[in-house]
Design a protein around this ligand. Structure first.
Ligand SMILES: [Zn+2]
Length: 365
């Protein structure tokens, strides 16, 4: 049976189904009713069969069907120049961590008997949803800004999804998509609103813990636009702590783009560097739907958030590419923030830190 939905804000409940609402009547994002969490000691990594990728952690995932390309268990590398570990989240079938959520969200779509999925995105999420919808055999319509880059448009089209260009801001694109969802034209496979997407991004945390012998680092530094990875990390580590697999939840440190930093503003964090950050185009979100949840998660772990202008990201991007990390500009944000957190003493050199490199440079060509 597919998991039902509930609203953590007002307590309303909704039955699972192809016509289920995409948000609560009160306006709050919905969550999936959890299944009982697994108990017992986890196996050491050497005894885990990781050939099923992120589905290794199926007991924690509230979906039963599997739409999979073998995604997950991205490499973790020690990088001396950064005195940290990078988790290579661009090593995914469509080149970004968004495949974690696309795999679980399309699995749920299949489970519910959905025929058409709708999504709005300017980049990686659109490519991920289009690809996994093709794999699931479902129709997909991806709403994109009219000025979307050719390479991103082609990724969507080649997967057989229909791109729908919308004039105006990123918010206008989302509104158009939501209007069509409300008109009954499809199920909203949103990487922002759909709770099944966030179930998938939790596996980022499960993998880190497993790859470190079921321990957690002192901190993770992640980029945040809508905060899908930040929330996934927080929820994933929290689940592991809840069942006693790890002792604590690492500090969640977030990096946003200057000019698009509502979470930093909410937390009273700093902005570093001059000008709006147009370079980190994957995180240019003014009003994240789960912004409050992201800010709460950061506070709960004793974390912080910083907004960076384009210059530190540009410098970091060069450094990454020179070291063999062929990532997109947005992926330079978190390593640049790591540097700043260290300079400011938010993190010490002794702190054990994991930083995801979130998206491949291939799609930016
Ligand atoms: Zn509600």
């Amino acid at each position: 049976m597919p998991s039902d939905l509930y609203c953590p804000d007002c307590g309303a409940e909704y039955a699972a189904g192809p016509d289920e609402p995409w948000r609560c009547e009160c306006g709050h994002p919905l969550e999936l009713e959890g299944r009982p969490l697994p108990d017992g000691d986890p196996l050491p990594l050497s005894r885990i069969d990781t050939s099923e990728g992120l589905w290794t952690f199926f007991e924690f995932l509230p979906v039963e069907k599997r739409v999979t390309l073998g995604e997950g268990f991205t490499p973790v590398l020690e990088v001396d120049d950064w005195n940290a570990e990078f988790k290579l989240e661009y090593v995914f079938p469509t080149g970004s961590f968004k495949d974690r959520g696309a795999a679980t969200v399309l699995s749920r779509a299949l489970e519910l008997g959905v025929e058409t999925v709708l999504e709005d995105s300017s980049g990686n999420a659109g490519a991920a949803i289009a690809t996994y919808a093709a794999l699931a055999g479902l129709e997909a319509e991806i709403y994109v800004p009219a000025d979307v880059t050719q390479s991103k448009l082609m990724t969507i089209q080649r997967a057989g999804a229909r791109p729908i260009r919308v004039e105006g801001t990123r918010e206008a694109v989302a509104l158009e998509c939501v209007g069509d969802v409300d008109a009954g034209n499809g199920w909203y496979a949103s990487h922002v609103w759909n709770p099944a997407f966030h179930a998938g991004t939790m596996t980022f945390a499960f993998e880190i813990a497993a790859q470190r012998g079921w321990t957690v680092p002192d901190a993770v530094v992640v980029p945040a636009g809508h905060g899908t990875l930040a929330l996934g990390a927080y929820r994933g580590f929290s689940r592991l702590e809840e069942v006693g697999i790890v002792d604590e939840v690492p500090r969640l440190l977030c990096a946003q783009a200057a000019g698009y930093a509502p979470v930093v503003e909410k937390l009273g964090g700093e902005t570093v560097g001059e000008g709006e950050n147009e370079l980190a185009d994957g995180v240019q979100i003014h009003r994240p739907s789960r912004g409050r949840q992201v800010a709460d998660a950061i506070e709960d772990t004793g974390g912080e958030a910083v907004a960076l202008g384009p210059d530190p990201v540009e410098i970091e991007l060069d450094r990454l590419h020179r070291n063999g990390f062929y990532v997109e500009p947005t992926a330079g944000l978190a390593p640049a923030a790591l540097r700043w957190f260290r300079e400011e003493g938010v993190l010490t050199e002794d702190d054990d830190v994991v930083v995801p490199l979130t998206g491949s440079g291939m799609k930016t060509l």
